[in-house]
Design a protein around this ligand. Structure first.
Ligand code: FE
Ligand code: FE
Ligand code: MG
Length: 165
């Protein structure tokens, strides 16, 4: 822990660490949901969908990395047991039990929309209190917004392609 670096945080550090660990749990669950979705995906346009799901999996893992770095910097402990991800998550986990591309896209859009809400709240909380965390959250939310749009545009293409007149 950086003592002075933690001292300048203008909010309750324990509360901030809790929020960061919640988001950290979300990111691991999102990573696995995307990673497995990309393996089992079936249906029209699956190549394009798989490419996007794989890219998003990698990016969610990158978000977990950014969050764990900040948690440790602030003297916290990142969640150590995967079973606790379930207890801490904001957005939960939607098992990709149905491999159909449309179902996977819809599940992951729901996840991204939840993530955008979570990071918007974290931005509001940290904007003035902790610019360092704010900067990290800003980087993450930029990608979550991109993720939502990527998936919605794939879903739109899917709907156009499979439209019956
Ligand atoms: Fe993420
Ligand atoms: Fe995302
Ligand atoms: Mg993408």
């Amino acid at each position: 822990m950086g003592t002075k670096g933690t001292e300048i945080v203008g909010m309750d550090v324990e509360e901030l660490l809790d929020l960061l660990n919640r988001a950290y749990s979300d990111e691991w669950l999102a990573y696995y949901q995307y990673w497995l979705g990309a393996k089992i995906c079936k249906g029209p346009m699956k190549e394009a969908v798989i490419t996007e799901l794989e890219q998003h999996a990698t990016e969610e893992l990158g978000h977990a990395l950014l969050l764990t770095g900040r948690i440790i910097q602030l003297g916290g402990t990142p969640i150590t047991k995967p079973e606790d991800w379930y207890k801490w998550t904001n957005c939960g986990y939607d098992a990709p039990d149905d491999p159909f591309v449309k179902t996977l896209l819809e599940q992951n859009i729901k996840g991204e929309q939840c993530a955008i809400g979570v990071y918007k709240k974290l931005m509001d909380k940290t904007m003035n209190a902790d610019p360092i965390t704010y900067n990290i959250v800003l980087q993450i939310i930029q990608q979550e917004v991109e993720h939502e749009e990527d998936l919605q545009s794939l879903l739109e293409d899917f709907e156009l392609m499979t439209r019956r007149k």
